[in-house]
Design a protein around this ligand. Structure first.
Ligand code: 5GP
Ligand code: SF4
Ligand code: MG
Length: 456
């Protein structure tokens, strides 16, 4: 998911700024979009299934007038794909109205939820974010900052949260910093965003990242910081660099573009091959393919043309749809690939749907050899922190060797980036990245496969 928060008490177009911000974060989720606006403590919102552009009209944006806005684009990991599960979540409690938008996934939400349900608490959605909102609301007597702080001490998992209530815009990042969140400044206000790529369109300037375990409170045109948790292992999701984030974003000081290009170069060193042309699986493999071509001195060219109007295939909830959408999305450029030995670079293989079909398409168009190079290690373990790979049986890398996968996808050779290579592609310390879906080394205790607390 993607979250945005706009604090702009003197602006007339607060909701429009949130809308622009959500556009820039659209790649983080295409299932639903929503904006909640706070005017003097009164909260109104609009959310619907679909892309940002489909959900909001000028008229709706015009109607959402206020000083503070939060927005969300959803990519589902917990909870089915219904509008009731869309965010921001708005709750009315004794302390007033509160709106919350969450990127991430809690690992103990079901346990807490059951406890609350035993006490008679009613839930209206099936998303873990409602557990957070409910827990905050129940502690309102402590004041909002303490209520949030106490709640954060009870929940475990990944979260980048933006919250608005009263006169405040609040941002919170989980103690491991699994999901990114950063702060920007604009004329007369502040912005919180999942990624810095949203600042440009809003006219904001990057100030800094929210730190792991930090809560920032923006009120009276000032930012206050509370470090509610210290000493947890820093573990920014390395998949953000592989796939999820936009290349023009900078996460915790690391440019996504630079890390992807480096990763492509390292991949070329780890898995060299003689070939005529390096092509990318657009868009997610493009930057890495450029790096691979630079390092290997094999020319980079276009081999696949993408239809811009088809969304990210992975997000389609079922397998049949996913298969169809690969063909809907990508066409081979016969003129470039026929009679050539091709290196095809993609960012990741998860279920294997994409690679198998593209190898097929390339061979059908007359490529003499197709060498698949993957700019991340085999995905072998489930993610419990907000990337949708929860059941190991669906992960082609969890149950097959590289050679078996090569055969399944019909490639002439297959090479994956190593975990060390992935980490080295960023200039971050090994210990500050999560790479659990590749290594199984989770930054916290996770639910056991097959237990009732396993999501999906
Ligand atoms: P596969 O087809 O192997 O299941 O998925 C791999 C493709 O899906 C890659 O081309 C990659 O760009 C994309 N992908 C990988 N991981 C994710 C993810 O977590 N979310 C989304 N939306 N797409 C992903
Ligand atoms: Fe990211 Fe993988 Fe860690 Fe999940 S398990 S947070 S996808 S690195
Ligand atoms: Mg892709």
């Amino acid at each position: 998911c993607g979250v945005i928060g706009i604090y702009a008490p003197n602006a007339k177009n607060t909701s429009q700024l949130a809308y622009f911000g959500l556009h820039a974060l659209q790649h983080r989720g295409q299932e639903s979009a929503g904006i909640a606006i706070n005017k003097g403590g009164q909260v109104h919102y609009y959310k619907e299934m679909g892309l940002v552009q489909e959900v909001f009209s000028d008229e709706i944006i015009e109607r959402l007038q206020g000083d503070i806005a939060i927005g969300h684009v959803r990519y589902s990991t917990t909870g089915e794909s219904y509008v009731t599960n869309a965010q921001p979540l708005v709750v009315h409690h004794k302390g007033g109205a509160l709106a919350l938008a969450h990127n991430g996934n809690l690992v103990n939400a079901n346990t807490i939820r059951e406890e609350l349900e035993d006490e008679g608490v009613i839930f209206q959605t099936s998303i873990d974010s409602e557990v957070i909102a409910t827990m905050i609301a129940r502690q309102h007597k402590e004041g909002i900052e303490n209520a949030i702080k106490n709640t954060m001490k009870q929940i475990r998992g990944s979260y980048a949260l933006v919250i608005t209530c009263g006169e405040k815009l609040i941002g919170v990042r989980d103690p491991n910093g699994l999901r990114p969140l950063c702060i920007g400044k604009m004329d007369g206000g502040y912005v919180l965003s999942s990624e810095s790529c949203a600042f440009n369109v809003i006219g904001a300037e990057f100030i800094r990242d929210v730190e792991p375990g930090e809560m920032v409170i923006i009120e009276n045109h000032e930012i206050k910081s509370i470090q509610y948790s210290v000493g947890e292992k820093k573990a920014l999701c390395s998949f953000e660099f592989v796939y999820f984030a936009r290349p023009d974003s900078v996460l915790d000081g690391q440019s996504v573009y630079v890390s992807r290009r480096n990763a492509g170069k390292i991949l070329a060193k780890e898995h060299p091959i003689e070939a005529d042309l390096v092509i990318a699986v657009p868009d997610s493999g493009t930057v890495a393919a450029i790096g691979y071509a630079q390092q290997s001195n094999i020319p980079f060219g276009e081999g696949l043309i993408k239809n811009r109007y088809v969304g990210r295939t992975f997000i389609q909830p079922d397998q049949k749809m996913r298969e169809r959408s690969v063909r809907l999305k990508l066409n081979v450029l016969k003129e470039n690939v026929a009679g050539k030995r091709i290196v095809m670079v993609d960012d990741s293989i998860v279920r294997g749907t994409t690679s198998r079909q593209i190898v097929d398409l390339l061979k059908g168009a007359g490529a003499t050899e197709v060498h698949v190079r993957v700019c991340s290690p085999p995905v072998r373990y489930s993610c419990y922190f907000g990337i949708d790979t929860p059941t190991r049986k669906n992960l082609v890398g969890a149950v097959n060797s590289v050679e078996e996968i090569r055969e399944m996808i019909g490639a002439d050779s297959l090479g994956y980036l190593s975990i060390e290579g992935l980490i080295a592609s960023t200039s971050m310390e090994e210990c500050s990245l999560c790479s659990a879906c590749f290594s199984g080394d989770y930054p916290m205790e996770v639910p056991k496969q097959g237990s009732k607390y396993l999501f999906e």
